[in-house]
Design a protein around this ligand. Structure first.
Ligand code: HAM
Length: 420
């Protein structure tokens, strides 16, 4: 049997209600802050990602889905959205003396080792902001995500923040890290030895317990921050304090993509095991220029929808409201003929109505069982007797209220009082 590709999962109808709730709520919150949607291609030139994300990162080194197309051009399925968004902003002249608050969503592809919460095709909703250099917009992004978690009823996320400083400060720090880790090279695992010269900051990210004391004693980036980055970071912290957003400063938060400078942040949960980051991002003031545009300050984040959907499923927060309002049960020939017309009339009259019409035959009892299983609040019962009288019976499936019978013409009015 042909099966799905490892790490690429189907999202089944029973999960979709959580996804839709998540996507709908995210869109509402982002648009409430004035962010506008942009849709970007899933495939880009390979070189874009190599230049943007960094040749020495895990993503570019070993996780990209890269292939030659029929013309022999090297293309890559996007492993993330920032590079493509920057490419599009430059290409369409969005960056000339303008500011933009943008958001996007869609699938991303990374050939990582699949495990719970980590897939090879996964969905992100991301935000990219162009043209603002100050910490006010960094704070806005964090407040906006905090609001989204509140709206979603996800209350147990932790916010970690750090500053990576300016490119210059980071380069100086990097030199010092290489010196430090070179002096202790025997204490490094194979992965970290490989990173030592190419990407030493990533060693700080290592989860290897044997290396923790070495990492703990490593020089701190916070001691090497340039004055401007320090001022930027403390202004951000003050804004978060003033807004009552709790955070931890994590000096070891360096992120896995090379384009960041100054503010970086991550929202994490303890509920998903090792893959705890549900939303992450930061400032990348040098990237636009690096891709060939005019120097433009920029900041953004992306959230992983599989991980957030998993939290919602645990909370069951989205469950309410997705069931049908009513389930139409029909018994008898005359009733069956009427039922389709009646259902169509109800849908015309009440566009928000979620109505399931029983299909597939079966007796009254079995149809009622289906009605109950659907989660609907009402069974609308149309038997031949009701059909002849132009009436309908309404049975409450969830409440201890007596069944009532009413003219079909009054049904839309009745239901309108009960749908939200
Ligand atoms: P990232 O940290 O690589 O950043 O990914 C952001 C989020 O996507 C992660 O926190 C996680 O929730 C989710 N994610 C990443 N990889 C996987 C995976 N294999 N399976 C499931 N979920 C995953 C970025 O992608 C940056 N472009 C964020 C950004 C935007 N920075 C500035 N602007």
């Amino acid at each position: 049997m042909i099966q799905s590709i490892r790490g690429m999962k189907d999202i089944l109808p029973q999960e979709m209600r959580y996804w839709r709730h998540l996507e709908h709520t995210a869109r509402a919150v982002l648009e409430g802050y004035g962010y506008r949607e942009i849709r970007l291609p899933i495939v880009e030139q390979t070189e874009l990602f190599a230049r943007a994300i960094g040749a020495a990162t895990d993503i570019v080194e070993k996780e990209m889905y890269t292939f030659a197309d029929r013309n022999g051009d090297s293309l890559t399925l996007r492993p993330e959205g920032t590079a493509g968004c920057v490419r599009a902003a430059i290409e369409h002249g969005l960056l000339h003396n303008q500011t933009h608050r943008l958001w996007y969503g869609g699938p991303m592809f990374r050939h990582e080792r699949p495990q719970k919460g980590r897939y090879r095709q996964f969905y992100q909703i991301g935000v990219e902001v162009f043209g603002y250099a100050g910490p006010d917009i960094d704070a806005e992004l964090i407040l906006m995500t905090a609001r989204l978690w509140r709206r979603l009823g996800i209350n147990d996320l932790t916010l970690q923040i750090n500053s990576l400083g300016s490119a210059g400060a980071r380069a100086a720090y990097r030199g010092e890290l290489v010196r430090y880790f070179s002096a202790h090279e025997t204490g490094l695992d194979e992965d970290s030895r490989r990173r030592l010269h190419a990407n030493p900051l990533r060693i700080l990210d290592s989860k290897n317990p044997a290396m923790q004391s070495l990492i703990e004693a490593a020089p701190r980036l916070s001691n090497h921050l340039d004055a401007e980055s320090q001022a930027h970071f403390s202004a951000l912290c003050k804004q978060l304090d003033a807004a009552g957003v709790r955070y931890q400063i994590n000096p070891r938060l360096v992120r896995g993509l090379d384009y960041y400078n100054r503010t970086v942040f991550e929202w994490t949960t303890e509920r998903l095991g090792a893959q705890g980051a549900v939303c992450a991002g930061g400032r990348y003031d040098g990237l636009v220029e690096q891709i060939g545009g005019r120097a433009t300050p920029a900041v953004g984040f992306a959230m992983g929808l599989e991980r957030l959907a998993a939290l919602l499923m645990e909370n069951d927060a989205a469950l309410q409201g997705a069931e049908p309002h009513a389930y139409l049960v029909t018994v008898g020939e005359a009733a069956e003929r009427q039922s389709v017309i009646l259902a169509e009339q109800l849908r015309d009259a009440l566009p928000a109505l979620r109505l399931l019409v029983h299909c597939g035959g079966g007796g009254f009892k079995s149809q009622l069982k289906h009605a109950d299983k659907s989660g609907a609040r009402f069974a609308l019962i149309l038997g031949d007797e009701e059909a002849a009288a132009g009436e309908i019976s309404v049975k409450y499936l969830r409440e201890d209220i007596m069944q009532t019978r009413m003219p079909q013409a009054k049904l839309a009015g009745f239901l309108s009082l009960h749908i939200t």
